[in-house]
Design a protein around this ligand. Structure first.
Ligand SMILES: NC(=O)c1ccc[n+]([C@@H]2O[C@H](COP(=O)([O-])OP(=O)(O)OC[C@H]3O[C@@H](n4cnc5c(N)ncnc54)[C@H](O)[C@@H]3O)[C@@H](O)[C@H]2O)c1
Length: 386
């Protein structure tokens, strides 16, 4: 990891590039942190930058070039769409600014690696979302696992499934384009959380599918227009971790059933249920194996398993926490937490899953079974039929 000397004094000056849907929450939070000062907002759409600046009381707005030329800006918050993350982050580093980028770091390994090298050579910091995993929810779970509360972690299960972002996003096409889909859009929350807790991923295998080739915008002024689906809209990823644990993760924009933030990790001494890694807070609880030999196990059919809540420790804020951590790290010279290296490893994991899904590299299972017929609807367990 790169080493940094302490730099500057006082609040860290911030400029934004890209002020779309997610910028409101960043601006509200960063405006409430005394250690940072948002000085200017930029966007391809300068009118949007101007209206967001007015709404949030930011003193200046303009183009990307205006943000990068602003002498007070030390750290650029890159909230553009994934396809241009690397391009904008690279421009900011060339302008001598530290960068916080929304996830993913980029959409291919080569340009993301070049970005890390560029930042290292310039002695500048790169921080990559998500910062949700820095919130007290996931962090309290991480601490519990690291102090051995579930013994040695064995396997994790995660699920992120719902109908898809067109139910709330007025401009969802980019979320189904190359570099997005559920894997790249939502995968960073799950894989960043898993890597944070289980360590680096060693290998992955995946299966993906597209429910349809075209989808429809459901909200906003363009509702009713269709757009192409370029990547799998559902994907199942198996991962093995360097330290021996395994995980299975479903990421789907094709399921009417909403099940987001489902995360369980089973270890030798217990199973822990974690908060949604796309949230900063949430319940963490552990259930333990029965271990009192010879006594009544108390595990009767249908009985609720006993759960121990893990206390959530820390102050709950929201998006912008990672920027604040970076800002303080810039001043003190310590490492920041959501590093470019972590962002790159998560991207590498996701690209590898996508490659596995595209190539269909699976081990063949040689046994088979005849089709299992469905139970008829008039099957009545209470009827006398014999
Ligand atoms: N919307 C969410 O709920 C959400 C949540 C977490 C993270 N994110 C991430 O935040 C990022 C932005 O998402 P969003 O939903 O705000 O998208 P958005 O489309 O609403 O906004 C993106 C903004 O970036 C601007 N932009 C695009 N290319 C640009 C360029 N080359 N130069 C300057 N500006 C450019 C656009 O004009 C637009 O204003 C994405 O990486 C997304 O993955 C979004």
């Amino acid at each position: 990891m790169a080493e940094f000397a302490p730099r500057g004094t006082g609040p860290v000056g911030i400029g934004f590039v890209g002020v779309g849907v997610i910028s409101d929450t960043y601006l509200e939070n960063l405006n409430s942190f005394p250690d940072v000062e948002v000085l200017i907002l930029g966007d391809l759409l300068t009118d949007r930058a101007a209206s967001q600046a007015q709404k949030h009381g930011i003193p200046a707005s303009g183009t990307t070039a205006d943000v990068l030329a602003h002498p007070g800006v030390e750290l650029v918050v890159n909230l553009t769409v994934p396809a241009v993350h690397v391009e904008i982050s690279s421009q900011a580093i060339s302008a001598g600014k530290h960068v916080w980028s929304e996830k993913p770091i980029g959409i291919d390994r080569a340009s993301a690696r070049a970005l890390l090298d560029q930042a290292d050579a310039a002695g500048l910091r790169l921080g990559i979302a998500p910062d949700t995993v820095l919130g007290p929810g996931i962090q309290s779970a991480k601490r519990a696992i690291e102090r051995g509360d579930i013994g040695r972690p064995l396997f994790a299960q995660t699920s992120m499934q719902y109908q898809g972002p067109e139910v709330f996003h007025p401009n969802p096409a980019f979320l189904f384009a190359h570099g997005a889909g559920p894997l790249f859009d939502m995968g960073p929350y799950y894989f960043t959380m898993l890597v944070s807790i289980l360590g680096p991923v060693a290998a992955v295998a995946a299966l993906g599918l597209k429910a349809t080739e075209q989808r429809e915008i459901l909200v906003g002024p363009d509702a009713g227009k269709t757009f192409p689906v370029e990547v799998p809209s559902s994907i199942n990823v198996l991962a093995s971790f360097e330290h021996g644990a395994q995980s299975q993760s479903l990421l789907s924009f094709d399921s009417p059933l909403r099940r987001q933030g489902f995360v369980e990790i089973s270890g030798t001494e217990g199973t822990i249920v974690l908060p949604d890694p796309n949230m900063f807070t949430g319940r963490t609880a552990i259930t333990r194996p029965f271990s009192h030999r010879g006594s009544d196990p108390g595990i009767t059919a249908g009985a609720e398993q006993p759960w121990e809540d893990v206390a959530e420790e820390g102050v709950v804020v929201g998006r912008g926490l990672g920027v604040l951590d970076m800002a303080r790290a810039i001043r003190s010279g310590r490492p920041h937490r959501a590093t470019g290296e972590l962002g790159y490893h998560v991207l590498d994991t996701m690209v590898s899953a996508q490659e596995s899904a595209a190539r269909g590299e699976f081990i063949a299972v040689e046994s088979t079974v005849e089709k299992i017929e469905a139970v008829p609807v008039d099957f009545d367990p209470f009827a006398r039929t014999l």
